[in-house]
Design a protein around this ligand. Sequence first.
Ligand code: FAD
Ligand code: MLT
Ligand code: ZN
Length: 476
Amino acid sequence: KPAPAAAPDRLPFSRITEEDLAFFRNILPGRVVTDPDLLESNNEDWLKSVRGSSEVLLRPQTSQEVSQILKYCNSRNLAVNPQGGNTGLVGGSVPVYDEIILSTALMNHIRSFDSISGILTCQAGCVLEDLSLYLEQRDHIMPLDLGAKGSCHIGGNVATNAGGLRLLRYGSLHGTVLGLEVVLADGQVLDCLATLRKDNTGYDLKQLFIGSEGTLGVITAASILCPRKPKSVNVAFLGCETFEQLLKTFQLCRGMLGEILSAYEFLDSECMRLLNTHLKLTNPVHCQFYIVIETSGSEPTHDEEKLHNFLEEAMTSSLVSEGTVATEDSKIKALWSLRERVTEALAHDGYTYKYDVSLPVEELYQLVTDMRERVGGRAKSVVGYGHVGDGNLHLNITSQAKDPALLADIEPFVYEWTAKHRGSISAEHGLGLKKRNYIYYSKPSQAVALMGQIKALLDPKGILNPYKTLPDDQKP
Ligand code: FAD
Ligand code: MLT
Ligand code: ZN
């Protein structure tokens, strides 16, 4: 059985010297940060749950600069932690020890957008929300959207294979990323930045880097297939009393809304309590379970009629007890924020134990109920929310401060429960530092061993994001 996910010992990488700093200052004039105060936020993750002690942050602007950095680090055996917006939730985005932080913050240039095909090509450090605004002015949208959009980078999104709120409609980044440019550990620039919908010439190498969490290469640019901006968007915020009703409503909704359904998300009443308490957001309705349904289509009258018919059916069949609908932008945003800001409300509640699992949809909420029963009053809050349409539950538990006894109650129980129900222990956040040693709950050892061989091939010295993603028994 896997070992608990404690920090491993520091591997024998070189320590940074004055000569190393001189080299970096020469290739990145004014873009080498060594001031400990400035480095603080890059050393700590968004959840404030893990902290490294890196002494240097590099801010390249071009792929060539990234290539020079990695070539040098590889020859000197210096470990590197690629970092985007530092919104990752599994401890993958910050160093564990003194790894050099390689930030994509200054690589934020949009290279091209083709309005006929909808293909966007940009550098890895473009902030997701900036890309969305850029595309909206050109009648398109990004195929992904998440609560961290104001900070996360597209390179970070690709590196984590982020799912988010629109996956139900537009699919995962494995489908919408058409090409990638990646700098390998030895500094080689791998140009797989195709902008083609179809390309079956050999192995699709870019797929390896989608979800590789900075362990196989540094993504420097991406080309992405972007949908047209829908002409009509509606959001319904509904309440129901049981999770069974929520699932029946999903079934009804898939049937009656069909092609215009673009999101089916949920949160429970405990999430709502935290939104009320910590963010002063008010409920539009009062129930045990809340559903956010979004429709996106091309004909407002047609979409509104479909939504109206669905809501009438859901209400008359008593699946849904209460609800409200928004068609104008500001109300749509307000309703969405009730779902998007749960993560933030949890951060205010206390130390957060965060689980992100895929499960057969009928069993999705049982894990929350079982966990509540198991940890009883020892936890401050036990909440469930997530992407029902994708079979993805976010189970979060909070306590006043980090509590090892509570953690021992939660893990490995949560992983055993998930494996027993044939789920995945990481649906969309990745494994990072925190979950790497639990990979065997979701993947056979033969598959993990092959991952180790791929890592050894692409990064033989293991300088790229060491201590992350792969379990400790698979490090080069
Ligand atoms: P970071 O956090 O900086 O890095 C994440 C990982 O990617 C690290 O392992 C890092 O080393 C690696 N990495 C970053 N950039 C590169 C690069 N250019 N090349 C190679 N490796 C790189 N995730 C979801 O899937 N769905 C959600 O709905 C969602 N919602 C969120 C909401 C909030 C409020 C927050 C705080 C997080 C949320 N996340 C979600 C998690 C997180 O935002 C995503 O994982 C996001 O994609 C990370 O992007 P980032 O730029 O912040 O990357
Ligand atoms: C979400 O769906 O809100 C994100 O994945 C973040 C989280 O799990 O808290
Ligand atoms: Zn999520």
